[in-house]
Design a protein around this ligand. Structure first.
Ligand code: CA
Length: 235
């Protein structure tokens, strides 16, 4: 069955072009031109992926991204005319999976959509019901749940994949390149800002659920690891 992509874009001509390229790549695109229409379609039609223009009238792309994340973990690709680091980070903090800046080639757009679909389709569990524990952190990979003690932690899909990659290494160092490869895909090894943003979000949420403990150790210039209790206490 071909993958259903919801294109949220108020510029009809541009939306049509995006849809055309997705169709040529074998996908089934639908178009929403306002935020409220997009909300309804995400809710009713459960698309496989949403591409989201930042510049929408009324409910803008940022707000829409945050609202979709309240009820859905559908992969979201933000599309923006602005490319500042702040914008990019903002979108990723709100739970977007990836970010593409206009002007871009349609080939690049399709490649990003395909990469996000591949990530979403990655079988998270290695057969059976895989659960990883580290200190009082419990990562239930099959059920997509994270607990710190008794507290449930709500992560974005990207933050979750990063945590799974770290958790599977049980405290060993995982390089930046490996994390980007495992959590985003083989073409993302050099996209360090994506990793930094996800890591900031992940760290913040784990700290919030645990009265400020730090579960992630940083090896500057190299990578990250799940921190032991002593390392965590030190900073
Ligand atoms: Ca627009």
């Amino acid at each position: 069955m071909s993958r259903r992509i919801l294109v949220v874009e108020d510029d009809h001509e541009f939306a049509g072009l995006l849809a055309l390229w997705l169709e040529r790549a074998g996908m089934s695109p639908q178009i929403a031109s306002t935020g409220s229409q997009a909300m309804r379609m995400v809710y009713d039609d459960r698309p496989d992926l949403v591409t989201l223009d930042v510049g929408l009238p009324h409910l803008d792309g940022w707000q829409l991204c945050a609202r979709i994340r309240e009820f859905s973990s559908v992969p979201i690709l933000m599309v923006s005319a602005r490319g500042g680091e702040t914008d990019r980070i903002h979108g990723l903090q709100l739970g977007a999976d990836d970010y593409i800046t206009k002007p871009f080639s349609f080939r690049e757009f399709v490649a990003r959509v395909e990469a996000a679909l591949r990530r979403a389709a990655m079988p998270p569990a290695r057969g059976g019901h895989e659960i990883v524990r580290h200190r009082d952190l419990l990562v239930d990979i099959g059920a997509h749940r994270v607990l710190v003690g008794q507290h449930e932690v709500h992560l974005t899909p990207t933050e979750f994949r990063v945590l799974v990659t770290l958790a599977r290494q049980q405290g060993s160092l995982v390089s930046h390149g490996q994390l980007l490869h495992d959590a985003w895909g083989p073409d993302y090894r050099d996209e360090l800002p994506l990793l930094r943003t996800a890591m900031r979000g992940l760290r913040g949420k784990l700290a919030e659920a645990s009265d400020g403990r730090d579960y992630i150790g940083t090896e500057y210039g190299l990578g990250y690891r799940l921190a032991s209790a002593e390392m965590g206490a030190a900073g």
